[in-house]
Write a protein that binds this ligand. Structure first.
Ligand SMILES: [Fe+2]
Length: 233
């Protein structure tokens, strides 16, 4: 006999209700070693980040729906936005990388044990460079939610993982983007681990009907309104 909402292999079969469980994964994501002190002289520190050019990108790196011979399942969406610094200046020519689950909530990765089906026509990884105005744009499918096994089985809302290199190593940002209005947002222990409500709102992409079935999400790489990055509290 299994608990309500739990399949015979003890995986949750439907999103549970109730309160948000505490997220216990942050400790495992933090560095295990003490920080290495750097010289106080900024000239003595190499801050320059890696530089990428258009030649480093493939023709369909920014269109996750065209990376295979067939059509992936799921709702086609556009994800776009601007990458700026604290003063609103565009961050140009920067590499933006994304990775996500498929429409069924399954990653094309051997570590994903979710029994949801893989999609042979969807890898779920893309990248592009920001343009002269700091804009990025991806065509993809809306990712599905997926269950997180363990104490208090819970479900992650639809989300897309982002990595942005910025112009120097102090700006490297790895974070997650969510969809405004997703009913599972209130159950996500990872989003709930961001203590500032305003910072949580800055992780939400908003519908952009002017662009069709599109969502806009802007990123600020530094300053007081910087987009929250993984590992922060
Ligand atoms: Fe994820």
């Amino acid at each position: 006999m299994t608990a309500p909402g739990t399949s015979p292999d003890h995986r949750p079969s439907r999103p549970p209700g109730g309160t948000v469980p505490p997220y216990t994964g942050l400790a495992a994501r933090r560095p295990r070693h003490a920080p290495v002190p750097l010289p106080l002289d900024p000239d003595a520190v190499e801050l320059g980040g890696p530089v990428f050019g258009s030649a480093d990108l493939g023709p369909y790196d920014d269109d996750l729906t065209r990376q295979h011979t067939g059509e992936p399942l799921g709702q086609r969406i556009t994800l776009h936005g601007r990458v700026t610094d604290r003063r609103g200046r565009p961050v140009r020519g920067q590499l933006v990388e994304v990775w996500q689950a498929n429409a069924a909530g399954r990653y094309a990765h051997p570590a994903d044990r979710n029994p949801a089906p893989l999609d042979p026509h969807f890898t779920g990884a893309g990248r592009c460079l920001t343009d002269a105005e700091g804009r990025y744009r991806f065509t993809t499918v809306r990712p599905g939610p997926y269950p997180v096994p363990g104490p208090g089985d819970w479900w992650r809302p639809a989300h897309v993982h982002f990595s942005l290199f910025g112009t120097d190593f102090t700006q490297r940002l790895v974070t997650q983007m969510y969809f405004a209005g997703d009913p599972l947002l209130g159950q996500d222990a990872i989003l709930a681990a961001v203590p500032d409500p305003a910072a949580r709102r800055r992780l939400l992409a908003v519908p952009d009907p002017a662009e069709g079935c599109a969502f806009r999400w802007d990123v600020v790489l530094d300053g007081p309104y910087a987009t929250w990055r993984e590992g922060e509290r």
